[in-house]
Design a binder for this molecule. Structure first.
Ligand SMILES: Nc1ncnc2c1ncn2[C@@H]1O[C@H](COP(=O)(O)OP(=O)(O)O)[C@@H](O)[C@H]1O
Ligand SMILES: [Mg+2]
Length: 306
């Protein structure tokens, strides 16, 4: 395996994280270890119930682990902070406020000393960024699901958090709207070098957006089984990505994990000692995967429902 580039101090370090909701039940996940570098876009994939949202909530400071710690920029996380913006599956906008006011509310919480004008100007940049300039005076009830989710994204970005946490943010959207917002998110992240931790069910979405994809085995005793390095060039797009044979190597690796290996790992998890660091994998580049192609319809058409 090629050597990983070692960075002296990762931006986020998750160390030995375990979660047990009840003493008489096995842990949902245990000994979770990974790091996130500044500017990295990390996606997490794993079946329902393996503990993805719990890990995200612990990083957000909204939940506590049973053991282990999350260290951000050298300091242990002990509660929520504006440094960590969260986008949930449901947008969670304030229904009595307009788009502009929802965003101003968030900006004011970050910059209580700013004037109304400055808050409005700052917010307007992000409303424009997600393509909602025409709807800035509307209330959430007047917006489509996709528009509401874009407001949620604009709101999270407007606070300029050091870290953006997203829990299946596009899961409730139709495919067309999801694609439009994914494109916007790609552009915004390329422009801002935002550090992102995002949970998704959608393997194509993970390949489009991420630098690395963390694969979680099934719970209980879930683990980060692998970290898949997204070796597609960074200037990828939804239109062209599937022309690259490497796309299929990565995709098949992810799908194979979800349909087969995630269960096998779980079966062994209770007995086997968990290794501290997950395996780092570059599908197709290490000779560990047969090179499947776009003519493999069973895999190419599959969308994973967890
Ligand atoms: N507040 C809670 N109390 C008890 N069990 C919970 C609670 N929240 C989540 N769980 C359980 O923990 C497991 C992981 O949940 P979650 O983190 O939501 O998984 P995921 O996001 O991967 O679907 C599930 O089995 C779920 O039932
Ligand atoms: Mg979840």
């Amino acid at each position: 395996m090629p050597n990983e580039t070692k960075h002296a101090a990762p931006f986020i370090k998750v160390e030995g994280l375990s979660k047990r909701y009840r003493a008489d039940l096995p842990p949902v996940f245990e000994n979770i270890n990974f790091s996130i570098q500044q500017g990295e876009f990390i996606c997490v994939i794993g079946h329902s119930g393996c503990g993805k949202s719990t890990i995200l909530n612990v990083i957000a400071g909204l939940d506590e682990a049973s053991s282990g710690a999350v260290v951000m920029a050298g300091k242990e996380i002990s509660g929520p902070s504006l440094d960590r913006g969260v986008v949930f599956q449901s947008h969670a906008l304030l229904p009595w406020l307009t788009v502009e006011e929802n965003i101003a509310f968030a900006v004011r919480s970050r910059h209580p000393d700013w004037s109304r004008k400055r808050i409005a100007e700052h917010g307007a940049r992000f409303i424009e960024m997600v393509g909602l300039k025409a709807a800035w005076k509307k209330k959430p009830s007047e917006l489509s699901g996709g528009m509401k989710q874009r407001v949620g994204i604009a709101r999270a970005f407007s606070v300029e958090p050091k870290m953006l946490l997203m829990d299946e943010p596009f899961g409730a959207l139709d495919a067309l709207t999801r694609g439009v917002i994914q494109d916007e998110l790609l552009k915004i992240c390329a422009a801002t070098r935002q550090t992102v931790f995002m949970i998704t069910h959608d393997v194509d979405e993970a390949i489009l957006l991420s630098d690395k994809i963390m694969l979680m085995s099934n719970g209980p005793h879930a683990r980060i089984a692998e970290i898949v390095v997204n070796t597609l060039p960074r200037d990828r797009s939804r239109e062209t990505m599937h022309h690259d044979p490497q796309f299929y190597r990565i995709r098949n690796h992810l799908v194979d994990f979800l349909v087969r290996r995630s269960k096998m790992i779980q079966q062994n998890a209770a007995e086997a000692p968990s290794s501290a660091e997950p395996l780092i994998v570059r599908p197709g580049l290490e000779g560990d995967q047969p090179p499947p192609g776009p003519d493999n319809p069973s895999v190419a058409k599959m969308r994973v429902v967890a």
